[in-house]
Design a binder for this molecule. Structure first.
Ligand SMILES: [Zn+2]
Length: 453
């Protein structure tokens, strides 16, 4: 889903000329803030880029429209200051077409790999970091994230942690100071650069890892999770750690070490994707907290490797989706998608797709010690909004659990049968309703919504 959206965003952005300032002063931007862990929990493709400032949240819907939610008033507005703008096309200031969203030093940052129109030609600069004022205006290029535009992005969302941008390029792990000139300031942290005839080459084929890296940071450590191929041909999600207190230039040892891998069933019991990946995870203070859909909440010490079951969640629901914060493990009940429908083919690599769970009508909030502290029924979501079929948790913070309610409306029309498309369903419209539930009162409020024909 992410890949499709990314390509779509790239095409959209290629159609317009962004008025970009030149590469700035090439100056490094001071930023001491930590990676916003709890904002980066959801893989939900309609809304996965969220960042927080003291006053509110910024988020992207469908990867393109930037919204601002003001904490004090509880109001969400599209980030567009243009008078009389209908917010319908890419001339709207609210269109960011970004892949990540960070806020630091009073500006927003996002990445984009779209082709840019320069002097009447479309130019490929590869993936770049851009910034904008907090109202979405005054956009400019901050730095490159590809040494040479590869034409194919690696689909790794970079992170910003304590002034450094951590990213992958051709399977190699780097960091560079925010705003720094890439070729001059990037430091290689893990992986081999293999020189080919055309310079750097893609090395996924030569190392036994999948191409899905998830970056993370907590305190002094930056982590990444990647699927590593095992001797028996299966894959296991494996966590690697980089200690940011190490002087990279002076160190002659390994900068990155493996600290964890997906456990086996004899350690934590069977779950939906046993032995391959955990459903959702979170690293805090040297522990990885994880949820196993079809299993339970666990944590493992990255220091000693000792496992500890935190909560028997299958007493509440067998299947579920979880988001974590520094305070809560927040579980939404769910059920597996019906894959018996005609024409529903699941490719081998998507067998364990976490997104194949649907439904959900109750949040269970556990403390990080595993104690159930709150049950949040979502009854009012189904009363307030018609045709809600699915709930997707987004994040938990500031006393609220954010989620998207997906409403699917049937128009009653049967639609025109098309070759290659599934025959069932008819014509439908969709509402993606962003909501928040107050943990204290249980009150559910709509934040904003996106309507799709
Ligand atoms: Zn607009």
């Amino acid at each position: 889903m992410k890949i499709i959206r990314k390509m779509l965003a790239a095409v959209l952005a290629a159609l317009i000329t962004l008025s970009l300032a030149a590469c700035g002063k090439g100056g490094i931007i001071e930023s001491q803030e930590d990676f916003q862990k709890n904002m980066h929990q959801s893989d939900y493709y309609r809304l996965s880029e969220i960042c927080e400032t003291e006053d509110g949240y910024y988020f992207l819907i469908g990867g393109s429209d930037a919204w601002y939610f003001e904490k004090e008033t509880g109001r969400a507005t599209l980030l567009c200051t243009k008078p009389d703008c209908k917010h319908e096309d890419d001339t709207c200031d609210g269109r960011i077409n970004g892949d990540v969203l960070w806020a630091t030093g009073g500006r927003l940052y996002y990445t984009n790999s779209a082709l840019l129109e320069e002097h009447g030609k479309l130019v490929d600069h590869g993936e770049r970091v851009y910034s904008a004022a907090l109202d979405g205006t005054r956009r400019k290029v901050v730095m490159d994230l590809e040494f040479e535009p590869s034409g194919s992005s690696t689909y790794v969302n970079p992170i910003l942690h304590r002034g450094y941008v951590y990213f992958f390029y051709s399977g190699v792990f780097y960091r560079a100071p925010l705003g720094g000139r890439l070729k001059r300031t990037a430091q290689r942290l893990w992986g081999e650069e293999i020189a080919g005839e055309t310079g750097r080459v893609h090395i996924y084929d030569s190392i036994p890892v999948g191409n899905s890296f998830t970056l993370w940071a907590d305190g002094d450590f930056v982590y990444f999770m990647v699927n590593v191929k095992q001797a028996d041909g299966t894959y296991k999600d494996t966590l690697f750690a980089f200690d940011t207190t190490v002087d990279v230039e002076k160190s002659d040892g390994e900068l990155v070490r493996q600290v964890w891998e997906t456990p086996d069933a004899d350690t934590v019991g069977e779950w939906v994707s046993t032995g391959v990946e955990v459903s959702q995870w979170y690293v805090k203070d040297g522990y990885i907290y994880f949820y196993l859909s079809g299993g339970d909440f666990w944590r493992c010490s990255l220091e000693t490797g000792a496992y500890e079951k935190l909560a028997d969640t299958h007493e509440k629901t067998v299947y579920g989706k979880a988001v974590f914060s520094d305070e809560y493990m927040c579980l939404l009940n769910a059920r597996p998608e019906d894959r018996s429908l005609p024409g529903f083919v699941v490719a081998e690599e998507f067998r364990y797709d976490y997104n194949s769970l649907v439904g959900g009508d109750t949040f269970y909030l556990y403390g990080l010690d595993g104690e159930l502290v709150k049950t949040l029924p979502l009854d009012s979501v189904f009363e307030q909004f018609e045709d809600v079929e699915n709930i997707e948790p987004l994040f938990c913070g500031d006393g609220q659990v954010w989620f998207v309610a997906e409403a699917v409306h049937s128009t009653g029309e049967t639609g025109i049968p098309q070759e290659g498309f599934l025959p069932f369903g008819g014509v439908k419209t969709y509402d993606y309703i962003v909501c928040r539930a107050d943990i204290e009162t249980g009150e559910i409020t709509e934040v904003c919504r996106e309507h799709r024909e």
